[in-house]
Design a protein around this ligand. Sequence first.
Ligand code: A2P
Length: 267
Amino acid sequence: LQSFYALNNARQIPLLGLGVYLIEPGKATEDAVLWALQAGYRHIDTASIYRNEVSVGNAIRKSGIPRDQIFVTTKLADRDQGYHSALEACELSLEKLGLDYVDLYLIHSPRQGAERRTESWKALQKLVAQGKVKSIGVSNYGVQHLKELLGSNPTIRPVVNQIEVHPWRTHQEIVSFCESQHIAVQAYSPLSRGHKLQDPMLIKIGAKYSKSPAQILIRWSLQKGYIVLPKSSHQDRIEQNADVFDFDLADGDMSVLDSFNIGYVSG
Ligand code: A2P
C-alpha cells in the first residue's frame, strides 16, 4: 500500500489509489475518502466532472494527514479545454478542493480536437511553472493523440496516460506505446466496474489464493506495472481492495487473465 512508482519526472506516486468516479458528492464521497485514508491509501483520483472535489478536499482535511503525504489527482473537463479556460478551470478545482496544488492534473479526454488539446497542454505546463500542479498527464489518449503531443516537442512530457484497463480490455497497443515512451499507465475501472466479478475462471483463481475476484484484478494490474485506481463507496471493499500486497499471481494465472481480452468497454 505504501509502494510507489517513480514517474518520468522522478516524482513518486502511490501504486494504489481510490477512484471516486460516480461517488455522490457530499457524505458518500467524504466517507469513502476518509475510509481510504484510514485504511492506508495515500492517493485519491477525482475530476472536475465527478462534481465531488469539494468533498474530497473536506475528507483530506478531516483525516488530519499532512497534505504532502497524500497524492491528489484531478482532471481538466472537456468543456474547459483551451489555454485560458484550462488555467481558470484548474484554479476552480484547487478552490473546490481547498488545496494550494494538486499532485497530478490530467487532460480528461482527447475529444476536443487537436488545437484545443495543444492549447490545454501549454496551460498545464504553465500550471507546473506556477507550482499549482506538480505533474501533468493525459487520460483516454490513444496512440495517435500521444504521438501528436510528443511530436509537438512539449517542454514537459506527460507522466501518465489514464485509461480503462482490465483483463477484458488489455489495450495492448496503447500500453506498449506508453511503456516505450516512459509514460506510466494508470488503470481506471480496473474491476470492469464490477461487471465481470462473477467470471467463473476469475473466481477459481481467487479461490486458489484465498482472495476475492476484485483483489485478483487489482493484483493483475499491479503485476502489469500499472498504477491502479479501484473505486468503491463501501468501507469493507475499500479496505479489501488495499489488501493486495501480500501475494503474487503466478505467471500461469497472469496468462489466463490476459487471455480474457475481448476489448470490453465497461463505461
Ligand atoms: P461499490 O462502489 O458499490 O462498492 P471499477 O473500479 O472497475 O470502476 O469498479 C467499481 C465497481 O466495483 C463499483 O460498482 C463497486 O461497487 C464495485 N466494487 C469495488 N470493490 C469491490 C469489491 N471488493 N468487491 C465487489 N465489488 C466491488
